[in-house]
Design a protein around this ligand. Structure first.
Ligand code: PLP
Length: 382
Protein backbone atom coordinates (compact mmCIF):
# COMPACT_ATOMS: atom_id res chain seq x y z
CA UNK A 1 0.00 0.00 0.00
CA UNK A 2 0.90 3.68 -0.26
CA UNK A 3 0.80 5.62 2.96
CA UNK A 4 -0.38 9.17 2.38
CA UNK A 5 -1.62 9.95 5.86
CA UNK A 6 1.44 11.53 7.46
CA UNK A 7 -0.77 14.23 8.98
CA UNK A 8 -2.49 11.53 11.02
CA UNK A 9 0.76 10.08 12.24
CA UNK A 10 4.24 9.24 11.05
CA UNK A 11 6.35 6.14 11.52
CA UNK A 12 9.18 6.49 14.02
CA UNK A 13 12.38 7.18 12.09
CA UNK A 14 14.65 4.11 12.50
CA UNK A 15 17.46 6.39 13.72
CA UNK A 16 15.12 7.80 16.35
CA UNK A 17 14.13 4.30 17.42
CA UNK A 18 17.79 3.33 17.75
CA UNK A 19 18.44 6.32 20.02
CA UNK A 20 15.44 5.45 22.20
CA UNK A 21 16.23 1.79 22.70
CA UNK A 22 19.00 2.05 25.34
CA UNK A 23 16.63 4.07 27.54
CA UNK A 24 14.33 1.06 27.84
CA UNK A 25 17.30 -1.13 28.75
CA UNK A 26 20.60 -0.18 30.37
CA UNK A 27 19.65 3.49 30.90
CA UNK A 28 16.33 2.78 32.56
CA UNK A 29 16.89 5.18 35.50
CA UNK A 30 14.48 7.77 36.82
CA UNK A 31 15.75 11.27 36.02
CA UNK A 32 14.50 12.36 39.45
CA UNK A 33 16.96 9.98 41.16
CA UNK A 34 19.67 12.52 41.90
CA UNK A 35 21.86 10.17 43.95
CA UNK A 36 23.25 7.69 41.41
CA UNK A 37 24.46 7.32 37.89
CA UNK A 38 21.31 5.57 36.65
CA UNK A 39 19.39 8.73 37.49
CA UNK A 40 22.05 11.06 36.11
CA UNK A 41 22.19 9.25 32.78
CA UNK A 42 18.44 9.58 32.37
CA UNK A 43 18.48 13.21 33.47
CA UNK A 44 21.28 14.05 31.04
CA UNK A 45 19.34 12.46 28.21
CA UNK A 46 16.23 14.49 29.05
CA UNK A 47 18.27 17.70 29.17
CA UNK A 48 19.82 16.94 25.82
CA UNK A 49 16.38 16.30 24.31
CA UNK A 50 15.06 19.55 25.75
CA UNK A 51 17.87 21.40 24.00
CA UNK A 52 17.24 19.63 20.69
CA UNK A 53 13.54 20.50 20.74
CA UNK A 54 14.22 24.08 21.85
CA UNK A 55 16.65 24.54 18.98
CA UNK A 56 14.09 23.43 16.37
CA UNK A 57 11.53 26.04 17.49
CA UNK A 58 13.84 28.87 18.57
CA UNK A 59 13.13 28.64 22.30
CA UNK A 60 15.29 28.23 25.39
CA UNK A 61 15.48 24.75 26.86
CA UNK A 62 13.90 25.88 30.13
CA UNK A 63 10.84 27.07 28.24
CA UNK A 64 9.77 23.53 27.32
CA UNK A 65 7.66 21.17 29.38
CA UNK A 66 7.23 17.62 28.14
CA UNK A 67 3.65 16.36 27.96
CA UNK A 68 1.87 13.30 26.63
CA UNK A 69 1.21 15.11 23.37
CA UNK A 70 -0.53 18.08 21.85
CA UNK A 71 -3.98 17.18 23.14
CA UNK A 72 -2.72 17.46 26.71
CA UNK A 73 -0.80 20.65 25.95
CA UNK A 74 -3.84 22.32 24.36
CA UNK A 75 -6.07 21.36 27.29
CA UNK A 76 -3.43 22.47 29.76
CA UNK A 77 -3.14 25.97 28.32
CA UNK A 78 -6.88 26.56 28.52
CA UNK A 79 -7.62 25.01 31.91
CA UNK A 80 -4.27 25.97 33.44
CA UNK A 81 -4.92 29.61 32.63
CA UNK A 82 -8.52 29.53 33.85
CA UNK A 83 -7.35 27.96 37.09
CA UNK A 84 -4.61 30.56 37.55
CA UNK A 85 -6.93 33.50 36.89
CA UNK A 86 -9.70 32.15 39.11
CA UNK A 87 -7.19 31.66 41.95
CA UNK A 88 -6.21 35.29 41.61
CA UNK A 89 -9.73 36.65 41.31
CA UNK A 90 -12.71 34.31 41.24
CA UNK A 91 -15.06 37.10 40.13
CA UNK A 92 -13.12 38.53 37.21
CA UNK A 93 -14.70 37.58 33.89
CA UNK A 94 -12.53 35.65 31.42
CA UNK A 95 -12.79 35.89 27.65
CA UNK A 96 -10.90 33.74 25.14
CA UNK A 97 -10.69 33.95 21.35
CA UNK A 98 -10.19 30.98 19.06
CA UNK A 99 -11.37 29.89 15.60
CA UNK A 100 -13.92 27.51 14.17
CA UNK A 101 -11.28 25.32 12.46
CA UNK A 102 -9.22 24.28 15.47
CA UNK A 103 -8.24 20.71 16.22
CA UNK A 104 -10.87 19.01 18.38
CA UNK A 105 -8.51 19.11 21.38
CA UNK A 106 -8.72 22.91 21.40
CA UNK A 107 -12.32 23.13 20.25
CA UNK A 108 -13.74 20.70 22.80
CA UNK A 109 -11.62 22.15 25.61
CA UNK A 110 -12.92 25.63 24.74
CA UNK A 111 -16.49 24.28 24.79
CA UNK A 112 -15.80 22.78 28.22
CA UNK A 113 -14.40 26.16 29.31
CA UNK A 114 -17.69 27.78 28.32
CA UNK A 115 -19.40 25.50 30.84
CA UNK A 116 -17.04 26.97 33.46
CA UNK A 117 -18.43 30.43 32.66
CA UNK A 118 -15.60 31.43 30.38
CA UNK A 119 -16.73 33.51 27.43
CA UNK A 120 -15.32 32.09 24.18
CA UNK A 121 -15.48 33.52 20.66
CA UNK A 122 -15.00 31.03 17.83
CA UNK A 123 -14.00 33.30 14.96
CA UNK A 124 -14.97 32.35 11.39
CA UNK A 125 -12.23 31.86 8.80
CA UNK A 126 -11.92 32.83 5.13
CA UNK A 127 -12.47 30.33 2.31
CA UNK A 128 -8.88 29.15 2.70
CA UNK A 129 -9.28 28.51 6.41
CA UNK A 130 -7.37 31.52 7.69
CA UNK A 131 -8.24 33.75 10.60
CA UNK A 132 -8.30 37.47 9.74
CA UNK A 133 -5.96 39.35 12.11
CA UNK A 134 -8.25 42.40 11.97
CA UNK A 135 -11.18 40.25 13.11
CA UNK A 136 -9.01 39.09 15.99
CA UNK A 137 -8.31 42.70 16.94
CA UNK A 138 -12.01 43.55 16.82
CA UNK A 139 -12.91 40.56 19.00
CA UNK A 140 -10.69 41.73 21.87
CA UNK A 141 -12.53 42.72 25.05
CA UNK A 142 -11.17 44.28 28.23
CA UNK A 143 -11.21 40.84 29.89
CA UNK A 144 -9.69 38.85 26.97
CA UNK A 145 -6.99 36.63 28.49
CA UNK A 146 -6.11 34.16 25.76
CA UNK A 147 -6.08 33.79 22.00
CA UNK A 148 -5.54 30.32 20.62
CA UNK A 149 -5.13 29.60 16.93
CA UNK A 150 -3.93 26.56 15.04
CA UNK A 151 -0.75 27.39 13.09
CA UNK A 152 -1.04 24.83 10.29
CA UNK A 153 -4.42 23.21 9.87
CA UNK A 154 -4.29 19.43 10.18
CA UNK A 155 -7.05 18.83 7.61
CA UNK A 156 -6.46 21.38 4.89
CA UNK A 157 -2.84 22.41 5.51
CA UNK A 158 -3.53 26.15 5.55
CA UNK A 159 -1.04 28.32 7.42
CA UNK A 160 -2.54 30.96 9.72
CA UNK A 161 -0.98 34.47 9.86
CA UNK A 162 0.47 33.74 13.31
CA UNK A 163 3.11 36.46 13.19
CA UNK A 164 0.51 39.21 12.60
CA UNK A 165 -1.75 37.77 15.27
CA UNK A 166 1.21 37.65 17.68
CA UNK A 167 1.76 41.39 17.21
CA UNK A 168 -1.88 42.09 18.04
CA UNK A 169 -1.71 39.85 21.10
CA UNK A 170 1.42 41.60 22.30
CA UNK A 171 0.01 45.12 21.79
CA UNK A 172 -2.96 44.15 23.90
CA UNK A 173 -1.02 42.13 26.50
CA UNK A 174 -3.01 38.99 25.82
CA UNK A 175 -1.44 35.55 25.81
CA UNK A 176 -1.17 33.95 22.37
CA UNK A 177 -1.20 30.17 22.22
CA UNK A 178 -0.76 28.26 18.99
CA UNK A 179 -1.30 24.60 18.26
CA UNK A 180 1.76 24.00 16.09
CA UNK A 181 1.42 20.23 15.87
CA UNK A 182 1.33 20.32 12.07
CA UNK A 183 3.76 23.21 11.75
CA UNK A 184 6.77 22.07 13.77
CA UNK A 185 9.32 20.34 11.59
CA UNK A 186 7.47 21.35 8.42
CA UNK A 187 7.92 25.11 8.30
CA UNK A 188 10.78 27.17 9.78
CA UNK A 189 9.89 28.98 12.97
CA UNK A 190 11.34 30.98 15.83
CA UNK A 191 8.87 31.40 18.68
CA UNK A 192 11.08 33.96 20.40
CA UNK A 193 11.28 36.26 17.37
CA UNK A 194 7.59 35.84 16.63
CA UNK A 195 6.55 36.62 20.20
CA UNK A 196 4.46 33.51 20.72
CA UNK A 197 3.63 32.90 24.39
CA UNK A 198 2.54 29.28 24.40
CA UNK A 199 2.87 26.55 21.78
CA UNK A 200 1.78 22.91 21.67
CA UNK A 201 3.19 20.14 19.52
CA UNK A 202 3.63 16.41 19.38
CA UNK A 203 6.27 13.76 18.72
CA UNK A 204 4.36 11.41 16.47
CA UNK A 205 3.87 13.96 13.70
CA UNK A 206 7.62 14.48 13.33
CA UNK A 207 8.82 10.86 13.14
CA UNK A 208 9.10 10.55 16.90
CA UNK A 209 7.05 8.25 19.13
CA UNK A 210 3.39 8.59 20.07
CA UNK A 211 2.36 9.71 23.55
CA UNK A 212 4.95 12.45 23.91
CA UNK A 213 4.85 16.14 23.06
CA UNK A 214 5.65 19.47 24.59
CA UNK A 215 4.29 22.80 25.63
CA UNK A 216 6.47 25.85 25.09
CA UNK A 217 5.88 28.44 27.82
CA UNK A 218 7.63 31.79 27.34
CA UNK A 219 9.89 32.59 30.29
CA UNK A 220 10.09 36.38 30.02
CA UNK A 221 8.72 39.57 28.41
CA UNK A 222 6.19 38.51 29.51
CA UNK A 223 6.77 35.53 31.75
CA UNK A 224 3.73 33.40 31.04
CA UNK A 225 2.02 31.89 34.04
CA UNK A 226 -0.47 29.05 34.04
CA UNK A 227 -1.35 26.56 36.77
CA UNK A 228 -0.34 22.90 36.45
CA UNK A 229 -2.85 20.51 34.94
CA UNK A 230 -1.27 17.55 36.73
CA UNK A 231 -0.11 17.77 40.34
CA UNK A 232 2.24 15.39 42.12
CA UNK A 233 5.95 14.87 42.61
CA UNK A 234 6.92 18.22 41.14
CA UNK A 235 8.64 17.12 37.94
CA UNK A 236 9.06 19.66 35.14
CA UNK A 237 9.50 22.55 37.58
CA UNK A 238 6.32 21.57 39.36
CA UNK A 239 4.26 22.27 36.26
CA UNK A 240 3.72 18.73 35.02
CA UNK A 241 4.20 15.99 37.57
CA UNK A 242 4.74 12.33 36.87
CA UNK A 243 7.88 10.31 36.13
CA UNK A 244 9.22 11.41 32.78
CA UNK A 245 8.81 9.09 29.80
CA UNK A 246 12.54 9.10 29.14
CA UNK A 247 12.72 6.91 25.99
CA UNK A 248 9.91 8.90 24.37
CA UNK A 249 11.50 12.22 25.32
CA UNK A 250 14.85 11.05 23.90
CA UNK A 251 12.97 10.09 20.74
CA UNK A 252 11.22 13.45 20.49
CA UNK A 253 14.54 15.22 20.95
CA UNK A 254 16.32 13.28 18.26
CA UNK A 255 13.32 13.51 15.93
CA UNK A 256 13.51 17.30 16.34
CA UNK A 257 17.22 17.28 15.52
CA UNK A 258 16.65 15.33 12.30
CA UNK A 259 13.80 17.65 11.27
CA UNK A 260 15.98 20.68 11.86
CA UNK A 261 18.86 19.23 9.86
CA UNK A 262 16.70 18.62 6.77
CA UNK A 263 13.98 21.24 7.21
CA UNK A 264 14.50 23.25 4.03
CA UNK A 265 15.49 20.43 1.69
CA UNK A 266 12.66 18.21 2.89
CA UNK A 267 10.10 21.01 2.63
CA UNK A 268 11.22 21.67 -0.96
CA UNK A 269 11.11 17.96 -1.83
CA UNK A 270 7.62 17.52 -0.38
CA UNK A 271 6.35 20.66 -2.05
CA UNK A 272 7.45 19.46 -5.48
CA UNK A 273 5.91 16.02 -4.89
CA UNK A 274 2.66 17.59 -3.75
CA UNK A 275 2.61 19.84 -6.82
CA UNK A 276 3.17 16.80 -9.02
CA UNK A 277 0.28 14.99 -7.33
CA UNK A 278 -2.04 17.96 -7.76
CA UNK A 279 -1.01 18.36 -11.41
CA UNK A 280 -1.74 14.68 -12.11
CA UNK A 281 -5.08 14.72 -10.27
CA UNK A 282 -6.28 17.87 -12.03
CA UNK A 283 -5.72 16.21 -15.40
CA UNK A 284 -7.12 12.84 -14.35
CA UNK A 285 -10.23 13.98 -12.49
CA UNK A 286 -12.21 16.84 -14.04
CA UNK A 287 -14.07 18.85 -11.45
CA UNK A 288 -11.60 18.10 -8.66
CA UNK A 289 -11.00 21.02 -6.28
CA UNK A 290 -8.19 21.77 -3.89
CA UNK A 291 -9.11 22.91 -0.38
CA UNK A 292 -7.11 25.34 1.67
CA UNK A 293 -4.78 28.10 0.57
CA UNK A 294 -3.00 27.61 -2.79
CA UNK A 295 0.38 28.79 -1.47
CA UNK A 296 0.09 29.56 2.26
CA UNK A 297 -0.02 25.89 3.10
CA UNK A 298 2.09 23.14 4.55
CA UNK A 299 4.27 21.61 1.81
CA UNK A 300 3.08 18.09 2.59
CA UNK A 301 -0.70 18.50 2.55
CA UNK A 302 -3.17 18.16 -0.32
CA UNK A 303 -6.86 18.26 0.51
CA UNK A 304 -9.15 17.67 -2.45
CA UNK A 305 -12.87 17.53 -3.05
CA UNK A 306 -13.78 14.97 -5.70
CA UNK A 307 -16.81 14.92 -8.00
CA UNK A 308 -18.04 11.84 -6.12
CA UNK A 309 -18.54 10.86 -2.47
CA UNK A 310 -15.57 9.09 -0.94
CA UNK A 311 -17.57 6.25 0.64
CA UNK A 312 -18.24 4.89 -2.86
CA UNK A 313 -14.49 4.81 -3.53
CA UNK A 314 -13.21 3.23 -0.37
CA UNK A 315 -13.07 -0.28 -1.79
CA UNK A 316 -10.80 1.05 -4.56
CA UNK A 317 -8.69 2.98 -2.14
CA UNK A 318 -7.77 0.19 0.22
CA UNK A 319 -4.18 0.28 -1.00
CA UNK A 320 -4.06 3.99 -0.30
CA UNK A 321 -3.65 5.27 3.25
CA UNK A 322 -5.60 8.54 3.15
CA UNK A 323 -8.13 10.37 5.35
CA UNK A 324 -11.68 11.40 4.48
CA UNK A 325 -13.53 14.57 5.37
CA UNK A 326 -16.26 12.80 7.21
CA UNK A 327 -16.53 9.97 9.67
CA UNK A 328 -19.27 7.46 10.11
CA UNK A 329 -20.01 7.30 13.81
CA UNK A 330 -22.76 4.83 14.75
CA UNK A 331 -24.43 5.07 11.37
CA UNK A 332 -24.61 8.87 11.24
CA UNK A 333 -22.34 10.94 9.06
CA UNK A 334 -20.40 13.53 10.98
CA UNK A 335 -18.88 16.08 8.69
CA UNK A 336 -15.60 17.73 9.58
CA UNK A 337 -16.10 21.09 11.28
CA UNK A 338 -13.01 22.35 9.45
CA UNK A 339 -14.51 21.67 6.02
CA UNK A 340 -17.79 23.21 7.17
CA UNK A 341 -15.76 26.16 8.47
CA UNK A 342 -14.37 26.88 4.98
CA UNK A 343 -17.85 26.72 3.49
CA UNK A 344 -18.10 23.17 2.15
CA UNK A 345 -21.58 21.67 2.25
CA UNK A 346 -22.22 18.19 3.57
CA UNK A 347 -21.97 16.52 0.13
CA UNK A 348 -18.69 18.25 -0.61
CA UNK A 349 -17.25 17.32 2.78
CA UNK A 350 -18.26 13.73 2.12
CA UNK A 351 -16.37 13.91 -1.17
CA UNK A 352 -13.16 15.17 0.40
CA UNK A 353 -9.86 13.35 0.79
CA UNK A 354 -6.74 14.43 2.63
CA UNK A 355 -3.50 13.22 1.11
CA UNK A 356 -0.52 14.00 3.29
CA UNK A 357 3.04 13.27 2.26
CA UNK A 358 6.08 12.59 4.37
CA UNK A 359 9.69 11.52 4.72
CA UNK A 360 9.32 8.22 2.87
CA UNK A 361 7.00 9.37 0.11
CA UNK A 362 8.58 8.87 -3.33
CA UNK A 363 7.77 10.20 -6.78
CA UNK A 364 6.86 6.69 -7.84
CA UNK A 365 4.34 6.46 -5.02
CA UNK A 366 2.81 9.78 -6.04
CA UNK A 367 2.39 8.62 -9.65
CA UNK A 368 0.84 5.32 -8.51
CA UNK A 369 -1.45 7.08 -6.05
CA UNK A 370 -2.68 9.39 -8.81
CA UNK A 371 -3.43 6.33 -10.98
CA UNK A 372 -5.28 4.56 -8.20
CA UNK A 373 -7.43 7.63 -7.60
CA UNK A 374 -8.13 8.13 -11.28
CA UNK A 375 -9.22 4.51 -11.63
CA UNK A 376 -11.42 4.72 -8.56
CA UNK A 377 -13.58 7.49 -10.02
CA UNK A 378 -16.54 6.03 -11.96
CA UNK A 379 -16.06 6.60 -15.70
CA UNK A 380 -19.48 8.18 -16.21
CA UNK A 381 -18.35 11.05 -13.98
CA UNK A 382 -15.01 11.66 -15.65
N1 PLP B 1 -3.43 19.29 17.14
C1 PLP B 1 -3.29 19.03 15.84
C2 PLP B 1 -3.29 20.15 14.86
C3 PLP B 1 -3.14 17.72 15.40
O1 PLP B 1 -3.01 17.47 14.10
C4 PLP B 1 -3.13 16.68 16.36
C5 PLP B 1 -2.99 15.28 15.89
O2 PLP B 1 -3.86 14.48 15.95
C6 PLP B 1 -3.28 17.00 17.71
C7 PLP B 1 -3.42 18.32 18.06
C8 PLP B 1 -3.28 15.96 18.78
O3 PLP B 1 -1.99 15.55 19.06
P1 PLP B 1 -1.70 14.31 20.01
O4 PLP B 1 -2.05 13.11 19.23
O5 PLP B 1 -0.25 14.41 20.30
O6 PLP B 1 -2.50 14.48 21.24
Amino acid sequence: GIYLDYNATTPVDPEVYARMEPYFKEYFGNPASAGHHWGWAADNAVQKARGQVASLIGAKANELIFTSGATEANNWVIFGLISKLRNENPYEPIHMITSCVEHSSTMKAMEAAQKLNVEVDFLPVNLYGQVDPEAVRKAIKPHTKLMSFIWVNNEIGTINPISEIAKIAKENQIYLHTDATQAVGKIPMNVTELGIDLMSFSGHKIYGPKGVGALFIRSKDPKVQINPLIYGGGQERGLRSGTLNVPAIVGLGFAAEICQRHLYTEAARLLSLRQLLWQKLQVAIPGIRMNGHPTERSPNNLSVTLPVKTDSLLSHLQKLGVSTGSACSSGAMTVSHVLRGIGLNSDQAQSTLRLSLGRWTTENEILRAADILQNAIPKKIV
